[in-house]
Design a protein around this ligand. Structure first.
Ligand SMILES: C[S@@+](CC[C@H](N)C(=O)[O-])C[C@H]1O[C@@H](n2cnc3c(N)ncnc32)[C@H](O)[C@@H]1O
Length: 226
């Protein structure tokens, strides 16, 4: 049996050349247009911090109306692909940075975006991620998250569930490699509960293949009230 790899960054680095084919799946096209519109309209004239930007697929839509974007990811290979995109007049910078520890990120931003990243966060690291992310966002900053819904027959099947209730998939790449990838599919209640300490005005939109969540960064952590 081929070796089973488990490193998420290395998986996406190896997947970089084939990654954007995921956006060509015929059954997902109508919903993708809807998400692309949402990304295009989300941050007019704002300065956006994007985490886990990958090949910059969503960055290119955000760039149509944002003033600036700092797009970050842990994989240099995907950032190189993002660097080949045309971002028009938007001031886009690309930076290698870990979403759980954004110390290398300069400044504070009026908006935040994470596309198809939430599903890869182990449940016991959600708080670490949100605190790291919000640490670079202004109070009231606008945030958009988008990710996959699980669709039987379209999504890669779940291969196992661990003791923390994280789910995993086995993914195969064109180079023949096999990867076990943590991929969670939170429901609306679950996502709202995860964000509650740090977010206000949370809006959740469930599509068939995707979900979209918009919120504002809470001025004070609800945890600090206790
Ligand atoms: C599903 S891809 C999403 C890429 C892009 N946002 C999109 O939607 O097309 C997940 C991305 O997370 C990146 N990644 C993995 N671990 C990370 C971490 N700890 N911090 C930031 N990015 C990470 C991977 O390199 C990959 O580009």
């Amino acid at each position: 049996m081929t070796e089973l790899h488990t490193d998420l960054t290395k998986f996406y680095a190896r997947r970089a050349p084939e990654y954007e084919r995921i956006y060509q799946r015929p059954e997902r096209q109508a919903e993708l247009r809807r998400l692309e519109r949402a990304a295009t309209e989300a941050f007019p004239e704002m300065d956006v911090l994007e985490v886990a930007c990958g090949t910059g697929y969503w960055t290119q839509f955000i760039a149509r109306s944002a003033r600036s974007i700092l797009a970050t990811d842990t994989s240099r290979a995907v950032l190189e692909r993002a660097g080949e995109k045309d971002f028009g007049a938007c001031d886009v910078s690309l930076l290698e940075a870990d979403a759980y520890s954004l110390d290398s990120v300069p400044g504070v931003y009026s908006a935040g975006f994470a596309g198809f990243w939430w599903s890869h966060i182990p449940k016991n690291r959600i708080a670490d991620f949100v605190q790291s992310f919000h640490g670079h966002l202004e109070p009231d900053a606008r945030v958009v998250l988008m990710d996959n819904s699980f669709v039987e027959g379209s999504s890669t099947p779940i291969s196992r569930t661990d003791e923390d209730d994280n789910t995993y998939q086995i993914r195969h790449l064109e180079d023949g490699s096999r990867h076990e990838i943590l991929k969670n599919f939170p429901g609306e209640e679950n996502l709202r509960a995860s964000l509650a300490p740090w977010a206000r005005d949370v809006e959740f939109v469930r599509l068939t293949h995707y979900w979209l969540c918009r919120y504002r960064v809470a001025r004070r952590s609800a945890l600090s009230d206790t």
